[in-house]
Design a protein around this ligand. Structure first.
Ligand SMILES: Nc1ncnc2c1ncn2[C@@H]1O[C@H](COP(=O)(O)OP(=O)(O)OP(=O)(O)O)[C@@H](O)[C@H]1O
Ligand SMILES: [Mg+2]
Length: 453
C-alpha cells in the first residue's frame, strides 16, 4: 500500500484501544495511544499526527472535545470518530465540526483500514495545499493577509491576476474587512510597486480642500493660496492612487475626478495648462454604490469607470472559519509587540468563534490586543474578551474618531515643525516617520508648507 502514517488512537476502554492499535500497526502505521480526552488533546496539539481515531463517548473530555481541540490547533490533522450503534446524531455533529469521517461500532478491520487510508490521502493533499499556500503568500507579499476561507483565497487569486494590469479597481465591503490591505496588495504586486501609493480619505476632508489637494493650484487661485502647489495626482505620478470612502464625495467633485481619470491629465486650480499624469486608481467604499447611483448621490458614469475589476470583501460573520487563524495571528503579533507569551484560556477560542464581529477584522484585532494587554502575559480568560465595535453602521462615530485622530496628528506635526524651525527633515525624524510620510500628512491635514521661517 505504501501509504503509512502517524496515528493516534483514543479510547478509554483498554481492550478496544489496544486492539485498534494492533490492527493499525499491522498495517505498517506508527501508532500512539491515549486513554482519555485530556491526554489526546495534549498529544494531538503537537501536530505530530496525520490521523486521530477517537471514540466519542469518554469521561471528562469526550471525543467531540478532542475533535474541536485538534481542529483548532492542527487543522490539517484528520480526525475519524467512532460512534456506538444508534448514535448517528453525534456522528453528524462531529462531521459538522470538521471530522473527516465516522465509523460505527462494531466494525471490521477492513472497514477501519479503508477509512484510515482515505484520511491519510486527504491529509497528504492538504499538506501540499498548505505548503503551496505558504510559498504563494511569500511570493506575493500576502503574509499579512490571513484567511483560508474560499472568499479570501478567491480575492488573493484575483489580486495576482489583476495587480499587474493597470485596471481600475473597486473594493467594496463593510468597515474593517481589509479593503486597504487589499489595495496595498494590488499596488505591491504591480509594476508600480516602487512608486508612490497615495491614500486620500474622501470622508476626512471638505470638497474644496480635496480638490486643491488632488489637482494642486496656481498662486493666488483662491484666498490663502500664497504659492503655487503641485497636487497629489502629480506627486503620485507613476504610482497608485487609493480613494478611500469614495462614496463620500460630492457629485461635482465626482465629475472632475472622472474627467481626470478618463483623460489621464489634471489641471491645477486657476491654471489652464493640462498636466499628464500616469496613475492607477483604486477606490474603496463600504456603501452600496449601485444604490447610491439609484439615489442620485453617486454618478453612474464614474461608477462604471471605477467598477472595472471588483473585489468584494465579505464580513467576518460569513467567514467564521478564518477566526482561529486571525486570532492566532494577532495573538502572535501583540505578544511580540508587548514582549509577552500570553495564551488563550479554556473556552476562549469557542467564545471568539461564536461572536459575529460587526466591526469585522479590525474589531477582532482590537479585541485580541486588549485581551493580551489585560492578561499581562498569563492566560486570556473568557472575561478578557470584550466586544469593541460600536453598534453597526454608525458612520458618524467613525468620522468623529477620524476627526479626533486628525486633530491629534495635526498637533503633533505642528509642534514638531515648530520645534525644528520648520525644517521638515528634522521634524520627520523627530516624529519617527519618513519625510514623504510627513509631507503626505501635512497635505492631508492642510498644514501650511511655508512654516519654514
Ligand atoms: N485578512 C486579514 N488578515 C489580517 N489582518 C487583516 C485582514 N483583514 C483586515 N485586517 C486588519 O484589520 C484592520 C482593518 O483593515 P482595513 O483597514 O484594511 O479595513 P477597511 O476595510 O479599509 O476598513 P474601513 O472601511 O473601516 O476603512 C487592519 O489593521 C488590517 O491590517
Ligand atoms: Mg479603510
Amino acid at each position: 500500500m505504501g501509504n503509512v502514517g502517524k496515528i493516534l488512537v483514543v479510547d478509554d476502554q483498554r481492550n478496544m484501544r489496544t486492539t485498534l492499535a494492533m490492527m493499525l500497526r499491522g498495517g505498517g502505521h506508527d501508532v500512539d495511544e491515549a486513554e482519555d480526552g485530556e491526554k489526546a488533546c495534549d498529544l494531538g496539539a503537537s501536530g505530530a499526527y496525520d490521523v486521530v481515531l477517537t471514540d466519542l463517548r469518554m469521561g471528562e473530555k469526550d471525543g467531540i472535545d478532542v475533535l474541536r481541540h485538534i481542529k483548532q490547533e492542527q487543522p490539517i490533522t484528520e480526525v475519524i470518530v467512532m460512534t456506538a450503534y444508534g448514535t448517528i446524531e453525534s456522528a453528524v455533529e462531529a462531521m459538522r465540526l470538521g471530522a473527516f469521517d465516522y465509523i460505527q461500532k462494531p466494525f471490521t478491520e477492513q472497514e477501519l483500514i479503508v477509512k484510515v487510508q482515505k484520511a491519510l490521502e486527504s491529509r497528504r493533499l492538504h499538506g501540499q495545499v498548505q505548503l503551496f499556500a505558504q510559498e504563494f503568500r511569500e511570493k506575493y507579499h500576502f503574509e499579512n493577509i490571513i484567511g483560508r476561507s474560499q472568499a479570501v483565497r478567491d480575492v488573493l487569486g484575483r489580486v495576482v491576476k489583476i495587480a499587474p494590469t493597470d485596471a481600475t479597481v473597486l473594493i467594496t465591503g463593510e468597515s474593517g474587512t481589509g479593503k486597504e490591505l487589499v489595495a496595498r496588495a494590488v499596488h505591491a504586486n504591480s509594476r508600480r510597486q516602487d512608486k508612490p501609493f497615495v491614500i486620500v480619505n474622501c470622508a476626512a476632508i471638505t470638497e474644496t480642500l480635496l480638490e486643491s489637494e488632488l489637482f494642486g493650484h496656481a498662486r493666488g487661485a483662491f484666498t490663502g493660496a500664497v504659492t503655487a502647489r503641485r497636487g497629489l495626482f502629480e506627486e503620485a505620478d507613476g504610482g497608485t492612487f487609493f480613494f478611500d470612502e469614495i462614496a463620500e464625495t460630492a457629485m461635482t467633485f465626482q465629475a472632475k475626478l472622472l474627467r481626470a481619470i478618463q483623460d489621464g491629465e489634471v489641471r491645477r486650480i486657476g491654471e489652464n495648462r493640462a498636466i499628464k499624469v500616469d496613475v492607477r486608481i483604486i477606490a474603496a467604499t463600504n456603501v452600496d454604490l449601485v444604490q447610491a447611483v439609484e439615489e442620485k448621490s453617486f454618478r453612474k458614469d464614474l461608477y462604471y469607470r471605477l467598477n472595472v475589476a471588483r473585489f468584494h470583501l465579505p464580513p467576518m460573520r460569513d467567514r467564521q472559519e478564518d477566526v482561529p487563524l486571525l486570532v492566532q495571528f494577532f495573538l502572535d503579533k501583540y505578544n511580540r509587540k508587548m514582549k509577552t507569551r500570553t495564551k488563550l484560556g479554556e473556552g476562549v477560542m469557542e467564545r471568539l468563534q461564536q461572536y459575529d464581529y460587526p466591526g469585522n477584522v479590525r474589531e477582532l484585532e482590537n479585541m485580541v490586543e486588549q485581551a493580551v494587554a489585560l492578561a499581562g502575559g498569563g492566560l486570556i480568560g473568557v472575561d478578557d474578551i470584550l466586544p469593541q465595535a460600536p453598534s453597526k453602521a454608525s458612520t458618524t462615530t467613525g468620522k468623529t474618531l477620524a476627526d479626533l485622530v486628525d486633530a491629534a496628528e495635526r498637533d503633533a506635526v505642528e509642534n514638531a515643525l515648530r520645534s525644528c524651525d520648520g525644517n521638515r527633515e528634522r521634524a520627520a525624524d523627530m516624529l519617527g516617520i519618513s519625510p514623504t510620510t510627513l509631507w503626505r500628512k501635512m497635505t492631508r491635514l492642510g498644514i501650511s508648507f511655508d512654516s519654514r521661517s
